[in-house]
Design a protein around this ligand. Structure first.
Ligand SMILES: [Zn+2]
Length: 132
């Protein structure tokens, strides 16, 4: 039984990787510059667990496993704004997210702040790609 589940997990993993790589290929980078240092991902069950001072290089994914509903990050421009992205497909707009084998997050589509610094960027494999 355990063997079966392990195999099932492996099959599901490869299907997921296939879907993910197709999605990545489908999106050509529309970016002008790429930040050098990579973001990592932190998983929190509840947004109450968010630190008061967000780590500048972390994308926080909130929710229980398989039922994540919010992504939170500190604006990469350094303005200190807390950016919250809905991950629930039932509410619009929503973002999809992924984490690669190094724990680096990807968010899709791009993040475009309509207030404050008006930053517009992609988070791809842990790197910020600014849009001009
Ligand atoms: Zn900003």
């Amino acid at each position: 039984m355990i063997k079966f589940l392990t195999r099932l997990g492996a099959v599901f993993g490869s299907i997921w990787n296939a879907i993910w790589s197709v999605k990545e290929d489908a999106r050509p980078p529309a970016a002008s510059k790429v930040a050098s240092s990579a973001y990592t991902t932190a998983f929190l069950e509840d947004d109450l667990n968010l630190p008061k001072n967000l780590n500048q290089k972390v994308v926080y994914i909130i929710g229980v496993k398989g039922n994540e509903w919010l992504a939170v990050l500190s604006c990469p421009c350094g303005c200190g704004s807390k950016i919250q992205l809905n991950l629930l497909k039932e509410e619009k707009p929503f973002w999809t997210w992924g984490v690669n084998e190094r724990g680096a997050p990807t968010l899709s589509p791009s993040v475009w702040r309509t207030v404050g610094c008006k930053s517009h960027f992609f988070v791809r494999a842990g790197a910020i790609q600014w849009c001009s």
